[in-house]
Ligand binder design. Structure first.
Ligand code: ATP
Ligand code: MG
Length: 565
């Protein structure tokens, strides 16, 4: 490719509305442009990178017998009603109508469509297992589109779905997919970690996320040296041991204390001169519309996902102030563990409140708190379980020895063991060896192709620009003639012809100063920079510089091909 003819509009200024390094660099390097919030155009060089990532994924999916197909983005409402997701997917789903008022959605994911195909076409266990996958634009009306192409409303995904006759086969294959995903991450030059994840709106029995490690990542991960790793949403918290009974403080009589205008745990703890860990936070939620209370120690946070699972609820929202007043007759901020009993609402406690003695909580009335509230004496929760987010100081739930560490990551892939969630909802069956009708056992496996491009940058850049891992770089090398002299031009052209027969190379033939060309090469992040000047010609070769290591050396003409290889 000759730069003078190539559409790669680089920018000198730092775009002001970009909120993350990768987005700034992608805009500056002329890889993408923003059309609207969360909606991006991929310019030729950006699209090249996207296609390289796609090709790596395609090869690894092929290696585990995946078969590529292509499904429609427009999906009929009826299939989503069958799976039960039309009503629970919420506002992230783009819902549209055609001219005769038929309802559709723009696919955020394709479980319904693929299950429909397989239930129509696969009859017997003999046709199983089968794994089908596609590359496609997905549509999600993200509540907070941000971080450029990483959280976009329209993005490019590889989604794969496997169908099995038995659970064992589904689990065996799941492991194969995990191995293929590892290879994809390695080939894309990503530093990553696999963590246990919560299945969210896709559902199923277990799932793992592939996290690219980056301080700018949206996800918080709890990890341990023993190998354990989980998304914070999912990280398990151990039940605390009961301290021996003789060391327990004596239970004191409950007492109401006037606490005008103090509502938050911090405010009230200052007022009482006690640590937040002495408090019980009482929260009211609506689980599928019904009120429930959750209790957690004042220095911890309730984990909505864990509470949702505990309650087996499809939807969980924190109750607003008006709802709390109406149900409990108490302003928000003064709820107590006793509210549940008073208002007939189920109360679910986190392990962390189990051993609190003489705790402090709201008093169930405006401007009052209670001192010395004690579990089992003053209130009895309907359940006590793990309902909180893991926090600093927690022990690893697996080795139980070391403390968890918290790091950040970008989720680039997600694998789900779905089981029969979709096949039973959509009545997708095959005949097994005994001729009995069975629901397909399914797995689904997504990779954010466009997100990988940005995540790779978050891991690898410097003050001058992007540093692409070789396998996904838009060009392997850039050839820079630094002067207008005829020999420099001729040599550059010769090397360009030699290399471009084997690799993607860029010849910077623009009428620009050498400094500008060097700057752009660094910004775009091309792994090898080949400089041709009168001086290098005198030495019988070119200067080749590596973008990552910055090391440069003179390479003779007939050694260039080998060197680049
Ligand atoms: P997240 O928790 O980041 O919203 P998700 O769990 O909704 O992700 P999946 O439904 O598992 O994502 O989708 C598979 C992959 O698609 C993700 O691992 C991610 O790489 C990518 N992806 C998801 N949402 C977006 C988005 N809005 N923009 C770009 N890529 C996305
Ligand atoms: Mg999401």
């Amino acid at each position: 490719m000759k730069y003078s003819k190539y559409f790669m509009p680089t920018l000198k200024q730092i775009p002001s509305d970009a909120d993350i390094v990768s987005q700034k660099l992608m805009l500056r390097a002329g890889l993408i442009r923003k059309l609207s919030a969360g909606i991006y155009e991929w310019l030729p060089a950006g699209y090249r990178i996207l296609k390289k990532v796609e090709q790596i994924i395609r090869e690894e999916m092929g290696a585990i017998s995946g078969q590529e197909l292509w499904l429609p983005a427009i999906q009929p409402k009826e299939l989503w009603l069958e799976s039960g997701r039309w009503n629970i997917y919420g506002k992230e789903l783009y819902r549209i109508k055609d001219r005769s008022d038929r309802e559709f959605c723009l696919g955020p994911t394709h479980e319904e469509i693929i299950t429909d195909i397989v239930r129509k076409e696969v009859r017997s266990y003999r046709q199983l297992p089968v794994m089908l996958y596609q590359f496609q634009t997905k549509f999600r009306d993200e509540i907070r589109p941000r971080f450029g192409v990483m959280r976009a409303k329209e993005f490019y995904m590889k989604d794969a779905y496997s169908f099995h006759a038995t659970d064992d086969d589904a689990e065996r294959y799941y492991e194969e997919v995990v191995k293929a995903y590892k290879k994809i991450c390695e080939r894309c030059g990503l530093k990553y970690r696999i963590v246990e994840a919560s299945a969210g709106a896709i559902g199923g029995s277990f799932s793992h996320e592939f996290m690219v490690l980056a301080d700018t990542g949206e996800e918080e991960l709890a990890v341990c040296n023993c190998g354990y790793g989980a998304n914070l949403e999912k990280a398990a918290c151990l039940r605390e041991e009961n301290s021996s009974s003789d060391s327990l403080p004596e239970m004191k009589a409950m007492e109401e204390v006037h606490t005008p205008n103090f509502k938050t745990v911090d405010e009230v703890s200052k007022f009482f001169g006690e640590k937040p860990s002495k408090f019980i936070k009482s929260l009211m939620y609506l689980a599928d519309g019904k009120p429930v209370m959750a209790l957690v120690r004042g220095d911890y946070e309730i984990n909505d996902e864990k509470l949702k699972n505990r309650l087996n609820a499809a939807e969980l929202v924190l109750a607003d102030a008006a709802t709390i007043e109406k149900i409990a007759g108490t302003p928000a901020g003064f709820l107590s563990p006793i509210t549940g009993k008073k208002s007939g609402i189920p109360v679910h406690a986190d392990y962390s409140v189990e051993h609190l003695v003489n705790a402090i909580s709201g008093a169930n009335k405006k401007d009052y708190h209670i001192k010395n509230i004690n579990i089992h004496r003053d209130y009895t929760p309907d359940s006590i379980s793990d309902l909180r987010n893991a926090a600093h100081g927690d022990k690893c739930p697996v080795c139980r020895r070391e403390q968890l560490k918290f790091i950040r990551g970008i989720e680039i892939g997600h694998t789900f063991k779905l089981g029969t969630k979709y096949s039973s909802a959509m009545n997708a069956v095959f005949l097994d060896e005994k001729g009995e009708r069975k629901n397909f056992i399914m797995g689904c496996y997504g990779i954010g192709v466009s997100r990988i491009v940005a995540a790779a940058i978050e891991q690898s850049y410097d003050n001058n620009g992007i540093i692409w891992p070789e396998n996904i770089a838009p060009f392997k090398a850039v050839i820079i003639p630094v002067s207008d002299s005829i020999p420099v031009k001729q040599e550059s052209m010769k090397i360009y012809e030699l290399l471009s027969s084997k690799y993607d190379v860029l010849l910077d033939d623009r009428n620009e100063r050498a400094g500008v060309k060097f700057k752009d090469a660094d910004l775009i992040g091309i792994p090898w920079r080949i400089t041709v000047s009168d001086k290098t010609i005198e030495k019988g070769g070119v200067e080749i510089k590596n973008r990552a290591s910055q090391s440069a050396q003179i390479v003779e003409y007939d050694k260039i091909l080998d060197f680049i290889k």
